[in-house]
Each structure stands twice: as C-alpha cells, then as structure tokens.
Design a protein around this ligand. Structure first.
Ligand SMILES: C[S@@+](CC[C@H](N)C(=O)[O-])C[C@H]1O[C@@H](n2cnc3c(N)ncnc32)[C@H](O)[C@@H]1O
Length: 480
C-alpha cells in the first residue's frame, strides 16, 4: 500500500480496525490528487447556466447536481472575472451533497448553523431560488469566519441574513422557528487529508472523540430551533464513525427524530449500520468515500423531528433597525434604479447608514450579534441613497434601468478600480449604472462628466484578474 508520508499512523490503524482490508484502498486513495468541483452560483439568475468560456476547464457533470462539474486538475479560476462576478463557486464535489440533501422547499425558513465560509449556504440559496426562494439565516460562531461568509454570500447574491452567535444563544432566541436546520459540523476533517497537509498535521488521536462531544452539543441546540415536522441535515467532512454514525445513533436514541433515506446517487454509499448497533435505517444516511468516488469525503444525514424539543424562554421580538416601509424617498429611489422592484427590497431594516433587505422577518434579535439582517441594498447619505455593491448581485440580468455590458478586458480594468468611458446610447437620466459581463453584474458605476466613475469597493479591487483565454492557453501548454 502506498501511504502519503504524513498520514497519521494512528488514523490508519483506526480505519483498519473499522474497515478491515478496505482501509488500504482508502489510505492509498489519499496519496492521489484531490478532486475539485465548480458549480453555477448566481442566485439572482438561478436558471442560468455556466458560461461557455468555462468549458475548457470542465470535466463531467457531478451526478448529484444539475450545475456542478469536476474541474480539470491544475487549473486555478479564483482570479477570473466570472468568479469575481459570482457566476460560479469552487467547491469539493462531495460537499455539494449537503444542499442537495437539504432539498430546500419554496418559502421555507432555514438556519445554517455552522455556515462559514458559505459553501453549503450559497448552494442552498441557489437551489431554493430555483423554487421561488427561501428565507435563509447563515450563522457561524467565529467572528473572522463570519466575515468571509458574508463576502461569499455577497459575491453570489445569496440574500441571507448573517449572524455570529453560539448555537445555545440561537436555541434560546429562536425556539421552533425554522422549517430546516443545517449542521455542517466542526469535525476532525479526515476528508481533508488529501487536499490539505495542515489538517493531516493537526489531526490528533483524541480529535474524533472531542469533536463528537462538540457535535452532540451543537445538535441538541439545533433541534430546539426546529418546528415539529422540520428537518435537520447533519454533515461532516470526516470519515470517522465516532463523528458520523455514532452521532446519528445518539440522536435517534435521545430525541424524537427519524432518519429519512437520502437518494441513491452514484458514488453515495449507505452509511454503515454495523457501526451503529446494527440499526438498518442508518443506511439512509450517506457516505461519499474518497476511495469509492470522485470527491474528498463527506457524511450526510437528514432527520425529521416529530415533537418539539423543550423550548427555552422566548425573547421579545425587537427589530434589528427600523423599517423603511413607508419611506417615499426610498420607494422613489428604488423605482429610479430598478425596472421591477422585488418585494424583498421594500421590507427593509436600517443599521447605521446601511439599508438591508429584511431576511429575518419576525425572528427575535435583541441581544444577538447580527452581522447583517439581510443583504445590503444601499447606503443612506442624508436623503440620498447610493447602491451598495452587494445589491448588484441580487438582481437578474436586465433588472437595472441602466446597465453597461463590458467585454472581459474592460471588466478586468473595472475590477482593478479604473473608471469606464461613457458608452454611447446610455440612459440620459440615470445616475447609477450596473456594470455587467456576460449578463453577470460586477458592481456599479456612477455618472460623471464624460465618464463613469468606478464604485467597485476598494477592498475587493484586484490587479491579479486573468483572462479565461490566457488561463486556457496556460493549461493547454502545461498539459502538452
Ligand atoms: C465544516 S465548517 C463549515 C463549513 C461551511 N458549512 C461551508 O460549507 O462552507 C464548521 C464550522 O463550524 C464552526 N464552529 C466551530 N465550533 C462551533 C460551535 N461550537 N458552534 C457552532 N459552530 C461552530 C466553525 O467556525 C466552522 O466555520
């Protein structure tokens, strides 16, 4: 058996105990190249498809997705115009299984409890948008990670609220408030061994048991936010039964929940009933093994809650910021910006000077760390509004009154912060223009004498963006 030099010896022994000779295949698979995936991501245009310019980099479609593809090895697409525009999301193919298992339904209220950096949230938002939308609240306990979560949600136009709280605080604040909750739990990360040497290095024999205790704690709180009949999706990117089958067996034993069988997609193996006291229903949960499929490894289970979990004290329902519902200036400004104003943009909350679409509804917010009550729409400067960069990503092609479609070269200059020359035939009365490439909105520009000033945020500007043609050429020459 070939073994990568730093795969922990104790991990190998442990997996041999669980799996017998099959552990050899698993460990050998970890010496190979990781599988990478790319999926369509623009939530504002959920029925759109991947742009043709990406074709040279794509392999087969990932079977459990409509829009995900394996990515050719050695290609790096993070610094491209279409990535910055939120046209696609780079994600481990096996991680895409989680939103597929969630199977969001129209109008549902969904909490993603461990959401950063946002892979599952953004896919759930896209799948929900294809069915008319859902109300998604994305939470993470770590402040630095929640900032990245907000950036990723903004990039692809996922219209969710972003919260930075402990599961215990949310269980207390939001008892029985959600139709579905996702717990993509912190774990020992054995499914990351192949792609991340740091995870191999940090792994410790005690890690699975320690994480199991944390996972149980998070799950007990997660169930408390679910309405009876609601569903919990539990996932990890680790392979250890202690953090997977054992955790689900514990849930089944201690709570009024039932496992729902997940679909039998190719490369989704049944979870192991022999690792769960012989419970055959465990096979309805799924494992995506790195040696049996094209992905880094995931465990996914979906459970239905039958009875409410004892609710903690209900909090009062203070609002995070004031509503602007009756503000005529706001309505008039929206009509000047958009061809058709979405209802969601009329239900707003204002924090400091920023106007947000309200994604929290009647959820209590007092005492909670709410980073964003919904996607940012505009900044208020006195009685004047300036569109927030994030708002550009929330609107489908053709949705802004004034749009400038630019070629890739101009888009690269725009993303670096350069102004645009004034195009011919622009709307005479427009102050703000959406800047788009291939129908994906990059951001805004503002009319100035003889040109359009660049409103792309300074913190996002980059001079590293490369053209797809150059990348395809480089990939072709390195493989020949
Ligand atoms: C596997 S990652 C989530 C990945 C994310 N769902 C995605 O798809 O991009 C687990 C997350 O759990 C968060 N976490 C760690 N401890 C936690 C706790 N006690 N309660 C809630 N979340 C926690 C971590 O900050 C981390 O972002």
């Amino acid at each position: 058996m070939r073994v990568a030099p730093d795969i922990p010896e104790h991990f190998i022994k442990q997996m041999e105990t669980w799996m017998g000779p099959e552990a050899r295949d698993l460990v050998e698979a970890m010496t190979g190249r990781p599988w990478r995936g790319l999926r369509y991501a623009a939530v504002a245009n959920p029925h759109g498809s991947l742009p043709a310019g990406l074709a040279p980099f794509l392999g087969e479609r990932i079977p459990w997705t409509d829009d995900g593809h394996y990515l050719s090895p050695g290609v790096s697409l993070g610094y491209t115009v279409l990535h910055q525009a939120g046209a696609f999301y780079l994600q481990d193919p096996s991680a895409m299984a989680v939103a597929v298992a969630l199977d969001p339904k129209p109008g549902e209220r969904i909490l993603d409890l461990c959401a950063a950096p946002g892979g599952k949230t953004t896919y759930a938002a896209l799948l929900a948008a294809r069915r008319g939308g859902a109300h998604i609240v994305a939470n993470d306990i770590h402040r630095d990670r929640v900032v990245t979560l907000a950036e990723n949600a903004e990039r692809v136009g996922a219209p969710c609220a972003i919260v930075n709280e402990s599961p215990a605080a949310l269980a207390e604040a939001w008892p029985q408030a959600f139709d579905a909750v996702v717990v993509d739990a912190p774990c020992s990360g054995e499914g990351m061994f192949r792609k991340d040497p740091a995870v191999r290095k940090e792994w410790h024999p005690d890690a699975p048991a320690k994480f199991q205790a944390l996972q149980k704690d998070i799950l007990a709180h997660a169930l408390a936010v679910l309405r009876p009949g609601g569903r919990l999706v539990y996932s990890t990117c680790t392979l250890n039964p202690l953090e997977n089958e054992h955790v689900i067996a514990w849930l089944l034993e201690h709570f009024p929940v039932e496992l729902e069988p997940l679909p039998d997609w190719p490369e989704w193996s049944p979870a192991r009933s022999d690792w769960a006291q012989g419970r055959v229903e465990m096979e309805g949960a799924k494992r995506l093994w790195p040696h049996l499929g094209r992905g880094e490894g995931h465990f996914v289970a979906r459970l239905r809650l039958h009875e409410p979990i004892a609710a903690a004290r209900r909090r009062s329902r203070a609002k995070a910021g004031q509503s602007l519902l009756s503000d005529k200036t706001w309505s008039a400004w929206l009509s000047s910006l958009l061809t058709d104003v979405p209802d969601a943009w009329r239900q707003t909350r204002v924090q400091k000077t920023v106007v947000f679409a309200d994604a929290l509804g009647d959820l209590a917010v007092d005492g909670l760390r709410i980073l964003r009550p919904g996607p940012p729409l505009a900044e208020r400067k006195g009685q004047v509004f300036v569109p927030h960069h994030a708002a550009s990503r929330l609107v489908a092609p053709g949705g802004f009154r004034a749009t400038v479609e630019v070629d890739e070269e101009t888009a690269i200059r725009y993303l670096a912060g350069e102004p645009l020359s004034m195009p011919a035939n622009v709307a005479q009365d427009a102050s703000f223009f959406a800047v788009a490439h291939e129908g994906f909105h990059l951001g805004f520009a503002k009319r100035a004498p003889g040109r359009l000033n660049n409103l792309y945020p300074r913190g996002l500007r980059s001079t590293r963006i490369e053209s797809l043609a150059a990348l395809a050429g480089a990939a072709g020459s390195s493989s020949s």
